[in-house]
Design a protein around this ligand. Structure first.
Ligand code: LLP
Length: 440
């Protein structure tokens, strides 16, 4: 097993470095931390904490930058809905020209609810149910990425019974180590994802002979939070080799779905470069006449979100800063030991020079820790902080553990902002529950 790559370069960046590396954040002497033109204190005053805040301008700008880098490659962006599935975010993606990559019937319906057309939707996932396949066929989506022999047979049978034909890409497992955290690597032979590389050619030929399915391409996705280009290069080289082999046998291959995974800088380091990624695509598939697709999630939305929290109290001679946000809101630090920058919302909240502190939540688990031994200024009770880069795999992974309602969400655009989801009422947590007669 390779060691997970460190998520940021040590030592801890300072508050000033974290803010300087994020173009949508500014520290204003009077108003404190601004997202675009909106003081985050004002959002916290109105919504309370914990609260999520997303920057529309950042998402627009990142989608435009990626689109520009991919220009001339005939490469279509299918935003990975799982990263942040709020309708307002999906609407920004649609307006920016992106389609959707979905992994469940629920995500498919969410994407459509935000106005993303079926012919801009790709369905990935290792265990799609018959009901989900039926939905995808009924909606006639652009492509279904098939991940196993069993799924191919299942899809063929369901489609044939419905009198439909599914456009299918076979998701191969290229056996490439993306060098990312073990829990988010997907393209190694021992991961559950995809079809083993050396079985893919035979399965593609088999698919071409089956009713109800039309094989149109190859797909792969090797992992998430990938900062180096070498794993992509290795995976795409194998895919191009497979496509040439299939074509030499007279099989038609018109599409290549290149997956997602582009990483971002969680500290003050740079994220993956869209230009470098485009360069790898250009070199790997030059002259092959393919329709390319990519499925980024984190790169588009991760840097665009923060989680606002208040300090409930400090304890242990100020070693522990206890927040009102917890692992049920943002699980990434507990689940992947992920680093997230934490900055005071106002300069006046920060007390003294940086010192090593543990920033924790109130949930009854030691894993409910946002930062351990982090060099940052102390923030006293009542002060507020922003936990950075929480726009991807943040709110979507929240739970209501410890009967903590889901936090509200605000969207900032320029100097205006709107609440796009109110705080969940605590009574909503048990509103659908019943106590049955049989236990009375
Ligand atoms: N396509 C497929 C088939 C995927 O499985 C994923 C993510 C993506 C695209 C988008 O990957 P991205 O561009 O966002 O890296 N919860 C974890 C990340 C899980 C990623 C799962 N698959 C985290 O918080 O780091």
């Amino acid at each position: 097993m390779s060691q997970p790559a460190p998520l940021h370069a040590l030592p801890d960046p300072t508050t000033a470095e974290l803010i300087a590396a994020r173009p949508m954040l500014k520290l204003h002497t009077m108003d404190g931390l601004l997202m675009e033109g909106v003081p985050l204190q004002a959002v916290a005053d109105q919504l309370g904490t914990p609260a999520w805040v997303y920057s529309a301008g950042t998402i627009r700008q990142r989608l435009a930058a990626l689109t520009e880098a991919l220009a001339g490659l005939n490469c279509h962006i299918h935003y990975a809905v799982k990263a942040n599935d709020h309708l307002a975010i999906l609407d920004l993606m649609r307006r920016g020209g992106a389609g959707a990559d979905v992994v469940s019937g629920g995500e498919l319906q969410r994407a459509q609810a935000a106005g993303i057309a079926a012919d801009h939707i790709v369905f990935s996932g290792v265990g799609k149910t018959v009901a989900e396949l039926r939905l995808a066929l009924a909606e006639d989506i652009y492509q279904i990425n098939v991940e196993s022999h069993a799924e191919l047979e299942m899809l063929s049978a369901v489609a044939a019974a419905m009198g439909r034909t599914a456009r299918v890409a076979l998701r191969i497992n290229p056996d490439v180590d993306a060098g990312t955290h073990a829990k988010i690597t997907t393209g190694r032979a021992d991961n559950k994802f995809g079809i083993p590389f050396d079985e893919a050619a035979a399965l593609y030929a088999h698919a071409a002979a089956l009713p109800g399915v039309e094989p149109v391409g190859i797909a792969l996705h090797i992992g998430s939070q990938i900062l180096a280009m070498a794993p992509y290069r290795a995976a795409y080289t194998r895919a191009a080799e497979l496509i040439r082999h299939l074509r030499a046998q007279g099989l038609e291959v018109s599409r290549m779905d290149c997956g997602g995974g582009l990483g971002i800088g969680y500290g003050d380091e740079a994220g993956a470069s869209p230009q470098a990624f485009a360069g790898v695509l250009r070199n790997s598939f030059a002259g092959m006449g393919l329709i390319l697709m990519t499925e980024p999630g984190r790169w588009l939305v991760g840097p665009a979100g923060v989680l606002l929290a208040s300090v409930v109290l400090t304890k242990g001679h100020d070693r522990f800063i206890v927040l009102d946000a917890a692992m049920n809101d943002l699980v990434r630090p507990a689940m992947y030991d992920a680093y997230h920058g934490i900055v005071p919302l106002a300069a006046g909240n920060a007390v003294g020079a940086p010192r090593d502190v543990d920033v924790v939540g109130p949930v009854c688990e030691t894993g409910d820790t946002f930062a351990r031994g982090r060099a940052m200024p102390l923030v006293a009770a009542g002060g507020r902080v922003a936990i950075l880069d929480a726009g991807a795999y943040g709110a979507v992974m929240s739970s209501t553990y410890n009967a903590r309602p889901l936090a509200p969400i605000a969207l900032v655009d320029g100097d205006r902002w709107a609440t796009i989801r109110p705080r969940q009422e605590v009574t909503a947590l048990w509103a659908a529950e019943t106590i049955p007669d049989l236990t009375a």
